[in-house]
Structures are given as structure tokens and as C-alpha cells.
Ligand binder design. Structure first.
Ligand code: CP
Ligand code: NVA
Length: 309
């Protein structure tokens, strides 16, 4: 039995600016408290089940550690080992899991599958990446930018390379946080229909072009991601077409002097980014990775309806 929809965290555009701002504030507060050695057991005795249909390093470890720091527990499941891989439906899986655990985090390629799971679940469901969206990543990215540069409102952001899940969540964030996002992507790998719709909806906050140099010019933040996402099949062709979109020292030189560089990781060094850039002084990729932990702790507290102060 349940009353109302659980607090799912599925997509950035399910939220208002105020809701996400609240979570980011809590993320910052939890990070500060952790540094001071204060580990409030806000999720004591709560159990989070994590289902991974695909590989993960950051999402897996940061959710696991985050739950433990908050006094909760985790169960790690791989899709392959579950009856999901023998055609049990997402909906039936959700109903069963909801009888055992307090929340579910899932990484699954099909966004429709995520929605089916969330629809049937009576506990909160958190999106740990689908082909369409990676909202936890963008919470960490927003947090990271603001730690280094203050309020992201009005910031000029350049996305260079493939159009994928991380970009999609950034487009949604640019609209809510009123950033100037310029997306440079080759015609061959231009946004799919639903991403295109969200770019259009974002109006003046998101602009799609082809030239990476034009996108980066005057940017406060340059972002890229792998050219071959999980589920992509045409790796060799992608690497050929996307080659001009590599973020290297020459491209970064066109951005503002103090521009930051971000990448959700894992990086494919020598493809979408060079060592000089990702290991250089403008890169904040490991702060981004760390902030997955803090941002997701705030998301978990929100999902469980727990006050953090
Ligand atoms: N950025 C990110 O989600 O990394 P993992 O695939 O390692 O979880
Ligand atoms: N766009 C990448 C992100 C990995 C964290 C992928 O979907 O594989």
C-alpha cells in the first residue's frame, strides 16, 4: 500500500529550480559536515538496492559510500544475475523490490524501462544513467562549477562532441539555471528527437551549432564526454567523425582564460580530450567525481524526505 507517488529522481526536468537549488544547498552542507568529521545518520536502517544493467565505477561506489556515511545499507545487484535477464518485467521487479527495500537506484540503457520501473515502484527510484539522461551527474557538475566560480546563472557553457545522455541533462539544467549553453556536435551525431525538443524548449538557454571553435569562444566552462557511450555500436565510425571535436590545448585556448574543463569520466584520453587538458590546471574532473558522492547524498535525503539540518 502506498499514498501518492514516491520521490523519484529520474530527470532534471522533472524538477523546479527551487527544488534542485535546495538539493545543491544540502549537498554543500553535507560535504562541509563530512570534512568536519560530522556524519549524521540521516538514513539509519534504510536499505538502498542498486541495479546495474551496465558497468559503473563512480555511480556504484559513490552511492554505496554515500548510503554508508548516512547510516544506511546497500544491496548491489547486476541485471544479468536477476530474473530481469530472463524476462521478468520491470514492473513486476519494481513491485517485488518495493516490498523489501526502501529505495532503488538503477542504471539501465532504456529510459522507457526506467519509467516502467518507477511507475510500478512504491519506493523512490533514482536514475543512475539511461541512454536519455544522467541527472545525478549534472547535480555534481552544477555543484562543482559553483564551488569554483559561484552562481552558475548566466554562465557561458560549451558542450563539444557527441550528443548523449549527459548533454541531455545539461540542456535541462541550462534551462532551469538560466545558463548560455552552446552545443557543438557534428551533423552525423546531432541530437535525437526528444533531446532536440528539449533544446528547443530551452529557448535562449541552449543553442545548437556544428563548429566546436565557435562554441568554445568566450566560454566559462567547456564540457565533453566519450564519443562512444554505453549502447553505441559504431565505435570506429564515431571516432572518425568526431575527431575534429577533440578538446585539446588549442581549443581550450579559445575559451575564457579561467574557463573550467569538465568530463563526467571515464575519459578516453587521446580521443575526446588530451592529457594536457584533462590533467591541466583548468580541469576539475576529479572534483566532479568527488561531488557525485555529496550531491547524491542530498538526492537520497530528498528522496527519503529526510531533513538534513
Ligand atoms: N560518470 C559516471 O557515471 O561514471 P560511472 O560510469 O563510472 O558510474
Ligand atoms: N555518455 C556516457 C556516460 C558514462 C558515465 C555513457 O552513456 O556511456
Amino acid at each position: 500500500t502506498t499514498t501518492g507517488t514516491p520521490n523519484h529522481f529520474l530527470s532534471i526536468d522533472d524538477f523546479s529550480y527551487a527544488e534542485l537549488r535546495g538539493m545543491l544547498n544540502q549537498a554543500g552542507a553535507l560535504k562541509q559536515r563530512l570534512k568536519e568529521g560530522d556524519r549524521p545518520l540521516l538514513l539509519k536502517d534504510k536499505v538502498l538496492a542498486m541495479i546495474f544493467e551496465r558497468q559503473s565505477t563512480r555511480t556504484r561506489v559513490s552511492f554505496d559510500v554515500g548510503m554508508r556515511q548516512l547510516g544506511g545499507e546497500t544491496i548491489m545487484l547486476s541485471g544479468q544475475e536477476m530474473q530481469l535477464s530472463r524476462e521478468e518485467t520491470l514492473a513486476d521487479t519494481a513491485k517485488v523490490m518495493s516490498r523489501y527495500v526502501d529505495a532503488i537506484m538503477i542504471r539501465i540503457l532504456s529510459h522507457a524501462d526506467l519509467l516502467e520501473l518507477a511507475e510500478a515502484a512504491t519506493v523512490p527510484v533514482i536514475n543512475g544513467l539511461t541512454r536519455r539522461a544522467h541527472p545525478c551527474q549534472i547535480m555534481a557538475d552544477l555543484m562543482t562549477f559553483e564551488e569554483h566560480r559561484g552562481d552558475i546563472r548566466g554562465a557561458k557553457i560549451a558542450w563539444v562532441g557527441d550528443s548523449n545522455n549527459v548533454l541531455h541533462s545539461w540542456v535541462n539544467a541550462a534551462e532551469l539555471f538560466e545558463c548560455e549553453l552552446t552545443i557543438a556536435t557534428p551533423d552525423e551525431y546531432s541530437p535525437e528527437k526528444d533531446l532536440m525538443q528539449d533544446i528547443t524548449r530551452a529557448g535562449k538557454y541552449a543553442r545548437l551549432i556544428e563548429d566546436p571553435r565557435e562554441a568554445v569562444e568566450g566560454a566559462d566552462l567547456v564540457i565533453t564526454d566519450t564519443w562512444v557511450s554505453m549502447g553505441d555500436v559504431d565505435a570506429a565510425e564515431r571516432r572518425r567523425v568526431l575527431k575534429p571535436y577533440q578538446v585539446n590545448t588549442n581549443l581550450m585556448a579559445l575559451a575564457n582564460k579561467d574557463a573550467l574543463f569538465m568530463h563526467c569520466l571515464p575519459a578516453h584520453r587521446g580521443d575526446e580530450v588530451t592529457d594536457e587538458v584533462i590533467d591541466g590546471p583548468q580541469s576539475v574532473v576529479f572534483d566532479e567525481a568527488e561531488n557525485r558522492l555529496h550531491a547524491q547524498k542530498a538526492v537520497l535525503c530528498w528522496a527519503f524526505g529526510v531533513e538534513t539540518n
